[in-house]
Design a binder for this molecule. Structure first.
Ligand SMILES: O=C(O)c1ccccc1NCC(=O)[C@H](O)[C@H](O)COP(=O)(O)O
Length: 251
């Protein structure tokens, strides 16, 4: 399974097309009114149709209630729900069962202590996204371009696919992949000229840089130094990483 690249906070036809043409695996759409990337349901319907079959559509919500999730599920028809709030383990389980969609739970990271709740979430979620913990007083819990110490994840032994985000850019994504060995990377601010305004050239550069750093690529010097076993445990691409389901998402 090659590295997954997610471009988050897409809100226009033009930048969505850029991300799709540049080969993004996941297109993230933000449903959080205080965010500069918040989408109306009408726009979500249009962008969702555009992305269908070309990338997995990811709906990002923050402690959303069932009615909000129902509207999003109906209009965007997402392939994955990204839960970016303070959803409890029980709530993650409930959302997954209620909507019959795979769920990616976000874990906010600052120190190793932030990983204490990880096993519980890993038992109910389909995928984990490690993002930088937002500073106190922030108006949103993510999409701030804040970086966390990737070394916190260095010795992680997680039998679930995971992605890393938080302040990634074309310049630092290779190092983030090297340190964390994540199966995917996610970016928003790092491909914007100002909050909420995506820059096509930055999107292309980010995807190019992430692909060049992909540890699973046959061209990767790092991989050449490793035994090619089916399980690249402990990092990110757990046994049987779900190639098929992700391909399904794109259909
Ligand atoms: O993008 C937002 O405005 C946002 C609002 C509320 C919760 C999360 C939000 N964004 C998260 C993301 O876009 C990504 O999943 C990721 O955290 C990347 O963020 P960035 O540091 O901006 O690259």
């Amino acid at each position: 399974m090659s590295l997954l690249v997610k471009i988050c906070g897409l809100s226009t036809r033009e930048t969505l097309d850029t991300a799709l043409e540049a080969g993004a695996d996941m297109a993230g759409f933000v449903f959080f009114p205080p965010s500069p990337r918040h989408l109306s349901l009408e726009t979500a319907r249009e962008l969702g149709r555009r992305a269908k079959g070309r990338a997995a559509k990811v709906a990002l919500t923050v402690d959303a209630d069932n009615a909000t999730l129902e509207n999003i599920a109906e209009t965007l028809q997402p392939d994955l729900l990204q839960l970016h709030g303070k959803e409890t383990i029980a709530r993650v389980r409930d959302i997954k069962q209620r909507f019959g969609l795979p769920v990616m739970k976000v874990i906010a990271v600052e120190t190793p202590a932030d990983l204490v709740a990880l096993p519980g979430y890993a038992s109910v979620a389909d995928r984990i996204l490690f993002d930088a913990r937002a500073p106190k007083g922030a108006t949103r819990p993510g999409g701030l371009g804040a970086v966390f110490d990737w070394h916190v994840l260095e010795k992680l032994d997680l039998q679930l696919p995971f992605m890393v985000s938080g302040g990634l850019t074309a310049d630092n994504v290779a190092e983030a992949i090297r340190v964390t060995r994540a199966g995917g990377v996610d970016v928003s601010s790092g491909v914007e000229s100002s909050p909420g305004v995506k820059d096509p050239e930055m999107i292309r550069n980010f995807i190019r840089a992430a692909r060049a750093a992909d540890l699973t690529s046959p061209l990767s010097p790092d991989l050449r130094r490793q035994p090619l076993t089916p399980t690249l445990s402990p990092q990110g691409r757990g046994e049987g990483e779900e190639t098929a389901p992700l391909n399904d998402m794109k259909n």
